[in-house]
Design a binder for this molecule. Sequence first.
Ligand code: SF4
Length: 114
Amino acid sequence: MERKLTCIVCPLGCELVVTIEDNNVIKVCGNTCKRGEVYAKNECTCPKRTVTSTAMCDNGSLVSVKTDSPIPKEKIYECMQIINSVTVKLPVAVGDIIVKDVFGSNIVATQNRS
Ligand code: SF4
């Protein structure tokens, strides 16, 4: 089986061709660097994404947040529900953990709010 992907690891966006052989060996072509090969193999076995969003603060304003590492793609909806359910106590600084251990990642603030 052959699958075409665009690498999303950096802005170069290499076009990748992934070949999955009968014995589940995955071969990757078109990548300019090793990160593209790793991305393609993960995308074909356990796709993950970094989630970015906003969370409500206790004064009614919003603060931007993200997962500090990629989470399984099929958990994005549940992750968004968790983000939407929290109220962030101000003040908050970039990197502060808003919610711990969400599908193997933490939700962290990506901006300062006071
Ligand atoms: S393969 Fe490497 S150079 Fe190409 S888009 Fe992916 S990370 Fe960037």
